[in-house]
Design a protein around this ligand. Structure first.
Ligand code: ADP
Ligand code: ASP
Ligand code: MG
Length: 400
């Protein structure tokens, strides 16, 4: 089989861990597999590099940032290759560029345009294990780009698709996908299987066990995807098409801390205003999430919405260029989004009211709500986030 394995930050967190990963890779090769291995930066390194940049500037240029951040993954890939060669297994380390990953030019959150896997294929044909630095590519001018936080998952899935691999294994520091983050709720249950659709919602809503774009791409390219623990040999979670599965009412609870709420007061209640505001934000490639507009009084109204917390400053800057000076901008970064996901919601009623009651019982105020066919999201104060997750996990019986 041709397998793409990906090892996350904790899995390669120190030199002993990289050695353990080398041994896992060797075991898979001995079982007769051809391997492409995608690695993350050692845990904490990406954050540390961001801090280095912030020592000099609060708003470093994004292309400089990508040169800096991409280095973390290159360190790990080179070290893993060195370890494998020393153990007598032929390996070669590739940057994103050498791996043929071509992206657009949206630095720090680039999208993959296409992959030319020929260099990897050549080395596989030479009998080598190919180690690829995750999280990065180059644009068509040859400038280094990165794929957004958690982006090594995307590198792995995209390579698995381009190489037509038989399997993509995402190795991390928990046994697989749980009903909620097991670090928040120890009673969370590991799922043996989850549908792409539900996994995509959970990932998009903050369950960082898989990066959301990687799930989206795996679904699109039909990549066989499994998440497993690099610290043990347990089964893991298979991401599968929906058919034939028993449809749980609710399959998981997610929390996203990277949220900020913005309220604009005193905006004119007339056609075109919302379009103008949200276009100014979209120009900066910022994703606006929940939006609430109040009923207008006296020709003015209030508009509330959320953006990723790490893009709050950029959002304010983008809006200031078009907003009248009498508009009041209020912001709150101390909020989180908790969400309930389940395909079973499509055919059941009363799911939302259960959630509202569960939070009310804990005295937690819900500040914003949004729903879709298979999810309900609520904004609450950050200090209540974990409590809300546990309360919701319990009310839907996910610990049973
Ligand atoms: P890696 O560095 O391997 O990419 P991440 O830290 O990005 O690992 O993702 C793994 C973490 O995701 C786990 O340690 C866990 O705390 C968190 N997590 C959040 N939600 C879930 C969930 N539903 N199931 C499993 N893990 C989750
Ligand atoms: N090192 C990058 C990050 O911390 C990418 C990854 O780990 O997937 O976001
Ligand atoms: Mg990750």
């Amino acid at each position: 089989m041709l397998i793409v394995q990906k090892y996350g930050g904790t899995s390669v967190g120190n030199l002993e861990r990289i050695e353990a990963v080398a041994n896992r890779v060797i075991q898979s090769v001995k079982e007769g597999n051809k391997l492409v291995v995608v690695v993350s930066a050692m845990s904490g390194v990406t954050n540390e590099l961001i801090e280095y940049a912030n020592f000099f500037s609060k708003e470093p240029k994004a292309n400089d940032l990508d040169m800096l951040l991409s280095s973390g993954e290159r360190v790990t890939s080179a070290l893993l290759s060195i370890a494998l060669n020393e153990k007598g297994f032929k390996a070669i380390s590739f940057s994103g560029r050498k791996a043929g990953i071509i992206t657009n030019s949206v630095f720090t959150k680039a999208k993959i345009k296409y992959i030319d896997p020929s260099a990897i294929e050549n080395e596989l044909n030479n009998g080598k294990i190919v180690i690829v630095a995750g999280f990065q590519g180059v644009n068509e001018k040859g400038e280094v780009t990165t794929l957004g936080r958690g982006g090594s998952d995307l590198s792995a899935v995209a390579l698995a698709g381009a190489l037509n691999a038989d399997l993509c294994e995402i190795y991390t520091d928990v046994d697989g996908v749980y009903t909620t983050d097991p670090r928040i709720e120890p009673k969370a249950k590991k799922l043996d299987r989850i549908s792409y659709e539900e996994m995509l919602e959970l990932a998009s809503l903050g369950a960082k066990v898989l990066q959301n774009r990687s799930v989206e791409l795996a679904k699109k390219l039909n990549v066989k995807l499994v998440t497993r623990n690099s610290f043990n040999d347990n089964e893991g979670t298979m991401i599968i098409q929906e058919n034939g599965m028993e449809q749980a009412l609710v399959s998981g609870i997610a929390m996203d801390k990277n949220q900020a709420r913005i309220i604009l007061r005193n905006i004119q209640d007339k056609p075109g205003i919302a379009a103008e505001i949200f276009s100014s934000i979209a120009k900066e490639n910022i994703n606006v999430d929940m939006i609430i507009q109040n009923v207008g009084i006296d020709g003015t109204t209030n508009l509330g919405f959320t953006v990723p917390e790490n893009e709050l400053e950029l959002t304010k800057k983008a809006m200031k260029e078009i907003l009248d000076s009498n508009i009041i901008i209020e912001t709150d970064s101390a909020v989180v989004k908790v969400s309930i996901v389940g395909v079973g919601m499509k055919s059941h009623s009363g799911v939302a009211s259960m959630a509202f009651k569960a939070l009310a019982n804990e005295g937690i105020n819900i500040e914003m709500i949004s729903t879709s066919e298979i999810k309900i999201s609520m904004i609450v104060q950050e200090k209540y986030g974990e409590l809300a997750v546990r309360a919701l996990h319990e009310v839907y019986g996910l610990d049973k």
